[in-house]
Design a protein around this ligand. Sequence first.
Ligand code: CDP
Ligand code: MG
Length: 870
Amino acid sequence: EEGESASSEESEPDEAPAADGPGAHTGPPSAPLPPAPAGVGHESPAPSRPPPAARASSPSQGTASHPPRPLAKPAVFVPVNRLPEMQEERLKLPILSEEQVIMEAVAEHPIVIVCGETGSGKTTQVPQFLYEAGYSSSDSIIGVTEPRRVAAVAMSQRVAQEMNLSQRVVSYQIRYEGNVTEETRIKFMTDGVLLKEIQKDFLLSRYKVVVLDEAHERSVYTDVLLGLLSRIVALRAKRHLPLKLLIMSATLRVEDFTQNQRLFPKPPPVIKVESRQFPVTVHFNKRTPLEDYAGECFRKVCKIHRMLPAGGILVFLTGQAEVHALCRRLRRAFPASRARAPGNQVPTLPQINLDNYSVLPVGEGDEDREAEMDEEEEALGSDLDLDLGDEGPDGGEHPDASLPLHVLPLYSLLAPERQAQVFRPPPEGARLCVVATNVAETSLTIPGIKYVVDCGKVKRRFYDRVTGVSSFRVTWVSQASADQRAGRAGRTEPGHCYRLYSSAVFGDFEQFPPPEITRRPVEDVVLQMKALNVEKVINFPFPTPPSTEALVAAEELLIALGALQAPQQARRMKQLEVSRLSCPITELGRTMATFPVAPRYAKMLALSRQHGCLPYAIAIVAAMTVRELFEELDRPAASEEELASLKGRRARVAQVKRAWAGQGASLKLGDLMVLLGAVGACEYAGCSPQFCEANGLRYKAMLEVRRLRGQLTTAVNAVCPEAGLFLDPKMQPPTESQVTALRQLVTAGLGDHVARRVQSEDLLDEKWRNAYRTPLLDDPVFVHPSSVLFRELPEFVVYQEIVETTKMYMKGVSAVEIQWIPALLPSYCQFNPPLEEPGPVYCPERGRVLCHRTSVFYRIGWPLPAVQVD
Ligand code: CDP
Ligand code: MG
């Protein structure tokens, strides 16, 4: 979820006209009655029969322990016309009895923290409290941020439904899409979207309240928003336009927010929502953890389903591919047809709605990108300790289950309609079984879960601080996460959590997961901060600051890209002491900051208005940002047939890639030419699912590329209206000279990602065969076998990223001409005499004055041809 941002202008309310529906926001100041339907254009119902909202509007009613009393500050009251059954559901939520406490705190303090277990109703209810208390109007709305796109979409739908309002009023905005209108009063969005809005309007004048949800997840952008909002709240107070900030967290560990003097000089009040959690019995595995945790999950689900009383099962796995594999396996083991089969003795459940089985076409479980945020002694309990002995390893494959199992996948990239299925009750008599990644840990609460099966693992992206090499690794979750997962079992009645690891292993888990900002490169964060004129990023009040090392690395990259002034230069210009960590932003940097992509790619875009390269550069950058356009075909096959089919598809994709890469000049652009070819060809075919399927492309990824191309085109036009760019989805292939220009643009953007093929003297050692050297790594790196340059192996290349699997592999490889390096990447080269020294240069070997530098090296001393600089 890199560089999340929104092209929000088009979709957002400008000065919206006052809503003209009765009761939209015109409740009398202190008397909440009579409520009117919120729908626009309806007559109020006859006064003799108060609508459900009359009861609905006083949420404490009906909970005996909290008799209603008037709010301390009865602000405007905006009636909501909820359906009675919705209201009944709401009243069961623990947070309802805290409404007064929360709203009083909000009225009295600018910043309030609300902590409550997952499922206590924070996300769905707090925005409604705020709405009812009049914290929104036609020109200032309630904003709610979520770290995950899934949650932003799902929660806006849910809240609209609960309030009986349309999504024109309760809306969402995520990176590529949204349904915000001028009627919008509650806007759910990803945290990146709000960050982009701050760049356009630092005071966020369009909001009366901002709710930062899921603050415990400590996503990078939520952390940055916390720091920024702490300032914005103060600024707004000075201008007498108070802004309220609510921070919502699923855990009580909020010291990073409350004990942080720099962030909040006056610690905000913390309101704890008592959870109505039922006891969950935790069962650890006796044995040491298994490698095959997915298989173990399968066996455990089978046992639970056959042996234990009714109640939904929730399984935690680490990624999309695993989720799909387990879903398939479970569906095979408990086929839907069993319920209908003759002789089936389930007389009480004759009617299974087979359409409700969400069956994904086999093969859709493609690749794993879950770790973005996306990113886990009693042996199964004595009551469950069954002998698996004679069942064999896959004994569960043929269980004698008469009860149908309603198997549903859940992960963040799942289409929203599919995600919504987990919230619906399963077909009558069937047992719900949701196989999820850690999206289900805190962001989404699935009703009716009684059993949790926790593999104890999570997939995380790891970055090497120094080299930037990233790898996805499956690691143990933290204790806090494991407890969150267990908690999912006790929502409606006492439950059980089966942990597929021993209690000793649990004891070794880290207590809390480290905040994301401490785990990844921060060049995008630093660039965005600089664009907000936060020059000394090191002094910014992060809840947990990134390491100085990471900040220095980011600043150095940005200086090299020309986005920040180099310290010498800055010092010369401002005659000030400018340390390495406070370099001001350049014009180029400001331009780059407006593009919603990583700085390296933003640099390419900023340079690309030449030789007619803009549309191609946009397509390449969009394709690189979306990542993994091609289906993952290296996955292990479950059967002989699948293996054959995978092999066939691999061959087909390799052929298609060669065709897209072309020959000669075009092939030198390498994998980026393939991306360009894929985007172009796919658009010619109308971006149809069939075309994608036939060519091994991921349909969803291609749609995302299309959207991002549109968004980048808009962004380029905003910076440079003279470019007069319009998105022509269908591109002619670039000419030969355009390809060369594109290669140079790519080199300019990926200047720190240059690799050079090892020279013959290194080849004594077998491990260096066909290897490349990079300035930052001691180990050999290789061109990935899926690259079209795998057989070409040019001397100099730039790569998109290095991913470590069995070896260090470069992905997204493109060939570079040696003479370009000093010319395009002077900041990465050492010149002798140095570049700063103007004037003619004496060349001792030739005994005369030349305009040439006598020696030039790329970073670690790779000699380059001398270059003319004058
Ligand atoms: O944010 P928090 O974890 O505190 O709770 P929430 O997301 O507001 O969820 C409150 C309740 O609404 C849970 O019991 C969910 O199961 C339920 N819910 C639902 O039934 N359907 C949805 N689409 C979303 C939430
Ligand atoms: Mg929530």
